[in-house]
Design a protein around this ligand. Sequence first.
Ligand SMILES: *[C@@H]1O[C@H](CO)[C@@H](O)[C@H](O)[C@H]1NC(C)=O
Ligand SMILES: *[C@@H]1O[C@H](CO)[C@@H](O)[C@H](O)[C@H]1NC(C)=O
Ligand SMILES: *[C@@H]1O[C@H](CO)[C@@H](O)[C@H](O)[C@H]1NC(C)=O
Ligand SMILES: *[C@@H]1O[C@H](CO)[C@@H](O)[C@H](O)[C@H]1NC(C)=O
Length: 473
Amino acid sequence: MASPPGAARLAALLLLALLAGPAASRFAPADNHLIACGATAPAVLPDGRRFVPDSGCASMTLRSAAPALPSAAPAAPAPAPPSPLHAAARVFSCHASYDLAVRRRGRHVLRLHFYPFSPALASARFHVGAGGFLLLHNFTASSPVVKDFLLPVDADVLVLTFVPEAGSAAFVNAIELFSAPEELVGDIATLVAADGVNRTDGLSSQVFETLYRVNVAGRKVTPFNDTLWRTWVNDEGFLVNKESSSSKAWSFGGRIAYPKDSRLMTREVAPDNVYNSARSVRSDGNLTWGFPVPARNRYLVRMHFCDIVSKALYQLYFSIYVNGHLAVKDFDISSTTGYLAYPYYIDYVVDVEDEGMLKLAIGGSKMSRPGEASGFLNGLEIMRMNKTGGGMDGDFPVVLDMGYLVSKGFREFARSLLCGLVFAGLFLVLVMLVLRLRTELKNNGTLWFSQSVDSGEGKLAKAYQLVPTKTDY
Ligand SMILES: *[C@@H]1O[C@H](CO)[C@@H](O)[C@H](O)[C@H]1NC(C)=O
Ligand SMILES: *[C@@H]1O[C@H](CO)[C@@H](O)[C@H](O)[C@H]1NC(C)=O
Ligand SMILES: *[C@@H]1O[C@H](CO)[C@@H](O)[C@H](O)[C@H]1NC(C)=O
Ligand SMILES: *[C@@H]1O[C@H](CO)[C@@H](O)[C@H](O)[C@H]1NC(C)=O
């Protein structure tokens, strides 16, 4: 009986089609490099993306002076790696670069996966640059980490360079480079400082490194459920006043509505799973989150709001504090969005000096009804901004050693020039052979390259008479 299994199969196919439904409307980036470094076979992730090995890919080349060793993770008895991307790495003993073809210039998401599966990798100390910009300076991946950048790309090739510190090696397990949606980060934001708030612009030329993505009161969101394959973690570990009786966690089963005409507020900004949950605070309370961050840096803080808390509009008013400074007082989200369950975000720029801790808070307002929710927050993103035009941590021109790249580039240029000359020579010979062949055929109808040196062409013909087709000369 083939029918029941057949029916089950059909049902399974239908289910698959249903599950794949939303995937059809998924964000399709113009550039999409997914590279499994050092791997021998493609790696398919649970989110469906396929990472190709870094050898033999047409739109990407790996340049390395010394052999860049593929390195396989130790087999048993070590536990299976958490991701297929962690099964192998590419290890560089000296400078090496990936040239990644860029079809559409503009902002790109760059993610570098580091999974140090051997002590040598865990202690490796190196620098990583992209497009001549230093992203990671004197970096060590002692534990598994994904470095997530948003950077403007203004060339047809993005050169991603790995530079080991003296006596060390560099490594990488996987690379993602894909076009970012235009609306992901705008050019302007609100600068929050001790002396008040100001408008700031120029964000679109900045490089951002995402340090935290937090789903407030919600579950961890994996790349499977995120429109841009991001990871969001729960906020509980960052709450400063956990025991606060004035706060409450919310989750929402309804539909998150997106403004139809808005190019700025789309599902790519944050997935529904982030807007589906929130933590609220009463009018007499404060809710504070604290994030350890490198001191003396500028940060972009994105706060995500979606009113899944209120039963009606105009019930909520709250204050937002960024790094202890009042960013907005009695914020009225209903007037801003005009609807309930509409996502919205605010971008703040803030300088963190010596504290090494970035505190974000929402505080209730007397304008809200006492005892009821007054303010809320759904999600948080904290991104470090570049310090100079040369690097995330400042300018280190010596580290990237562009001179090396130039001289290497020149060597390659010289080699390709030589190859070109040889090729041109061969082509010339071929043309002359064909010409000669035609006269030969005309003269005696044989496909034999004459040995007789009766003309200037004869010399060439002699030197290349390797393929006689007839011997009946
Ligand atoms: C990198 O860090 C190590 C250890 O802190 C230090 O010895 C080395 O000088 C640093 N290198 C650079 C280029 O900053
Ligand atoms: C994706 O999100 C849905 C809805 O929240 C959830 O049921 C599912 O477990 C999530 N899947 C993964 C792999 O995170
Ligand atoms: C909330 O915190 C801010 C900043 O720390 C403070 O000014 C405000 O008085 C606090 N509000 C309440 C109700 O505790
Ligand atoms: C960050 O880098 C960009 C170049 O991508 C540059 O235009 C900008 O001025 C830099 N930011 C700072 C604060 O130097």
